[in-house]
Every structure is written in structure tokens, then in C-alpha cells.
Write a protein that binds this ligand. Sequence first.
Ligand SMILES: Nc1ccn([C@@H]2O[C@H](COP(=O)(O)OP(=O)(O)OP(=O)(O)O)[C@@H](O)[C@H]2O)c(=O)n1
Ligand SMILES: C/C(=C\CO)CCC[C@H](C)CCC[C@H](C)CCCC(C)C
Length: 286
Amino acid sequence: MIAALLQGQNGRAFLTTLGGAVAYIGVCGVVGRLGLLPTRLARKMMHIGTGPLYMLCWPLYSAAPSSRWLAASVPALAGVQFMLVGTGIVRDDTLVAGASRSGRREELLRGPLLYAAVHVAATLIWWRHSPCGVLALAILCAGDGLAEVVGRACSSAAASADAPARGGKKGSVDSGSTWRRSVLRALARPLPHNCDKTVGGTLACWLGGAAASLPLLLYFMRHGMFASAGPAAAGGVLQWGWPLVRGVLLCSGFGALAESLPLGGEADNVTIALAVGLCSRAYFGF
Ligand SMILES: Nc1ccn([C@@H]2O[C@H](COP(=O)(O)OP(=O)(O)OP(=O)(O)O)[C@@H](O)[C@H]2O)c(=O)n1
Ligand SMILES: C/C(=C\CO)CCC[C@H](C)CCC[C@H](C)CCCC(C)C
């Protein structure tokens, strides 16, 4: 029965998605364990890459109603794996090295598990018949992921740009570095409503989320993924042009606003996806 199920188009699609998940998550783990990247960046690589790669597999599935369940079973299985490792039932030091900040297995039970749950929910609720799921996951992965990477980079670049000016001789700084220092200071400025996050990080979330969403939406449109909604869907917005770009920038802006909120913990994995999904539903209409 299972062999027969795995022989058809959906079986091949499932095995491709599962194989991709094992491979990509494994690579991130090895990168973290071998110290090829700092663990924080290895974790960001996993956070940023798994979602878009997962969605690239969606057109492989058939139009059968069961397809979304089969696709969603991959993040669900990953979530089970993270739960088993996070609780210590299964030992997987490579996975811990790739998915945790501190190297502690218990961390897998928070952000990563929520992230997997959001992927399951977005797949079952929106699947590939609506831009909501694509936007929610793309902005959660790319936007939220880049926010930390760019935000930290801006803060440290601004701090080191200011260091010689404080200690150097008067007049020893040329206008070019003055301009650069002003830009870095502006990007490193803390947000008025959340002093733990910066303007640069939030801009990266907004623009990075939009930059990841647009090609994915165009990829889905090219595969006729939204055709079931009918040509009049979204008032014809779902085609390359300013209305599409405007909608993506609006949804990504809502995602960046949600990411910037001082909610603490890993709640932003849910709030970003929810904010983007609702904004997308309001703008595109389905
Ligand atoms: N809009 C943002 C987001 C993050 N950061 C920088 O990245 C650090 C960590 O951000 P945070 O979102 O709290 O990261 P995590 O919650 O650890 O990451 P994740 O969302 O993947 O759980 C912040 O302290 C800040 O230095 C920033 O400058 N601006
Ligand atoms: C460290 C992470 C998040 C912290 O906010 C990433 C956690 C990874 C997920 C548990 C993996 C979920 C499964 C993927 C969505 C499936 C990817 C398949 C694709 C082909 C690589």
C-alpha cells in the first residue's frame, strides 16, 4: 500500500521533499558542528533556506486534495524529529549544532518546533491555491532570518566606525567616512518601540522578505498554481507589475512590523506568518 502510494506523482514529490529536508537540514547541522559558520549563522541558514526550498517542491504534487497533507507531513516529521532530539529521547548532536544558538538540545523545542508547526499550518490552510501561504512562509524565513543577520551587522559596523573617530585626532576623518558613519548610525538606531531591535534589521526584514516572496510568487504563477482561483482572482493583480510588487511590499511591511514587536521568545515565528497571511488575504482577496 505504502509502496504503491510512493510510486505515483505524489510519492515522488513526497520523497523529493523529504530527501531535500534531510539533506539541507543535515548540511546546516554539519556546517554548525564543524564550525564552518558560527552556530548562530548556521541556524539562520536553516531558518532562511528550508521554507523557500520546501515551497519550490509544492508544484511537484498533483492536484489531488490529499497533496497538501502529504506535503505538510514533511515539516510535521521534521517537527517530530526536533521534539525527539529536544527531549533527549534521540541523540543528534549535528542537528543540535545546526538548529540551536547555544548548543543546548532543549532549544529545539521552542523556535524550530514553532517554525515547523507554522509550515504545517500554512500548508494545510492555504496550500498553493492562495498567495497567503507563500508570502507568510517566505517572509517568515527570509525576512525574519535576515533581520537578525543584518541588524547585528549594522550595530557592530556602527560601533567600529565610531571607535577611531572617538579616539582619533581632530579632523582626521574625511567626509566619505563621515557620511558612511552617519548611515551606519541611522541603521543601527534602536526602534522607538523596541530598543533591542534596529532600523537596519527591520529594513532587512521588510526588503529581504519582499525579495524572497516575489520570485516564489512568479514561480507559482508560472506553474499555474493560482489558476483555480480564476482569472479575476485578486482583480488581476497576480501578474508581473506594480500592483503585485506593491502588494508584496505591503505584506512584507506588515511582517517586518510584526517582527519588530517586543513580544520576546520565539513568538515572532507565529506573529509574522499570521500578520502576513491576513494582510495578503485582505490585499489579494483569496
Ligand atoms: N529587526 C531586528 C531584528 C533583530 N535584530 C538584531 O538581532 C538580534 C536577535 O534578534 P531576534 O529577533 O531576537 O533573534 P532571535 O529571536 O534569536 O532569532 P529567531 O527570530 O530566529 O528566533 C537582536 O538582539 C538585534 O541585535 C535587529 O537589530 N533588528
Ligand atoms: C532553526 C529553525 C528555525 C528557528 O526559528 C529551522 C527549523 C527547521 C524546521 C524544523 C524544518 C521544517 C521542515 C522544512 C519546512 C521542510 C524543508 C524541505 C526542503 C526541501 C528543504
